[in-house]
Design a binder for this molecule. Structure first.
Ligand code: CA
Ligand code: CA
Ligand code: CA
Ligand code: CA
Length: 297
């Protein structure tokens, strides 16, 4: 009996040892350096945009309460005279810190077919969107025809940066109680993989794949994730659009999730503007607001 248990334990230990070794090997594949990978992908995106066009003719008849599905095809045959994407996109650059803490600006290329009528979401807000995601090889890896709510702090970088460029639509209620969205923002973006999934591959996306997203920005909600009275966008103190790296009291709860940002035992909501005059409190006048300063005086 005891011997059997020992054999069993030995087997378990061996099994785990093997598993561990395989995991270690999988983890030890070095990531491609961001700066050189970006150059490779940006070249391939530019080549793609020079040789492909999108169904821009279909977008000229965009009706107020609907969108048109983005279709991209090669410029050849019957389509030899189409205008290439390259001549229609606007460029936006996103600063990325690479593994050596060096800035590597990443270009995204986008087209806005309809701007929208309301405000823009921030990169912290919740957005009610329909979308289509595809690779340069025209592989549709994700698609939503009916809008769903997404939290911009949980989606890939390029997606949130782009949808912050679109404005929401108007909501109108029909006589039967249903509602619809009109003149919402419509556009699409082409981005290098670091703004997408980079080295991660899935069943439908290979590692280091540049991505294309078409987005229809129906509406949005301004987010205050921790309900402390400070909008989440204002809890990104260093303004880098990354929310996990702002942690004033160092308690490993980033400020946008922390109800007591400075860890002084007074909730942010109780010291942000305690006198209710609409001005953020700074009792000692040192330029650091009370809610971010453990010792106020
Ligand atoms: Ca907050
Ligand atoms: Ca930040
Ligand atoms: Ca907070
Ligand atoms: Ca506090």
């Amino acid at each position: 009996m005891i011997r059997n248990i020992i054999y069993f334990l030995l087997t378990v230990v061996l099994f785990y040892s093997c598993t561990k070794t395989e995991e270690d090997e999988a983890e030890s594949i070095p990531l491609k350096p961001i700066s050189t990978q970006y150059v490779v992908e940006n070249d391939s995106i530019i080549e793609f945009m020079k040789t492909h066009f999108y169904n821009y003719d279909d977008f000229t008849s965009l009706s107020s309460n609907s969108t048109v599905e983005l279709i991209i095809d090669t410029i050849s045959g019957d389509n030899i005279n189409k205008t290439p994407l390259f001549d229609q996109v606007t460029t936006m650059s996103i600063d990325i810190l690479d593994e050596n803490e060096e800035l590597v600006p990443h270009n995204m290329y986008y087209v806005i077919n309809r701007e929208g009528t309301g405000e823009n979401p921030t990169v912290a807000d919740s957005v009610f969107v329909s979308y289509k995601g595809l690779t340069l090889g025209n592989n549709v890896f994700d698609s939503r025809n009916n809008p769903i709510w997404l939290d911009n702090t949980t989606v890939v970088r390029g997606f949130k940066e782009f949808n912050a460029l679109l404005k929401r639509g108007d909501i109108s209620t029909n006589t039967n109680g249903t509602y619809e969205f009109n003149n919402f923002g419509v556009g699409f973006v082409i981005m290098p993989s670091f703004l997408g999934y980079y080295e991660n591959n899935t069943a439908t996306i290979e590692a280091y794949s540049p991505l294309i997203f078409q987005v229809n920005m129906h509406t949005l909600n301004t987010a205050d994730h921790d309900a402390d009275g400070v909008n989440s966008i204002d809890e990104d103190l260093n303004g880098d659009h990354i929310f996990s790296n702002d942690d004033t009291d160092g308690d490993n709860i980033p400020n946008y999730r922390d109800r007591d940002d400075d860890g002084d035992g007074i909730l942010t909501v109780d010291e942000y503007d305690a006198d209710g005059d609409g001005v953020v409190d700074d009792t000692d006048g040192d330029g650091v607001p009370d809610y971010l300063q453990n010792d106020n005086d």
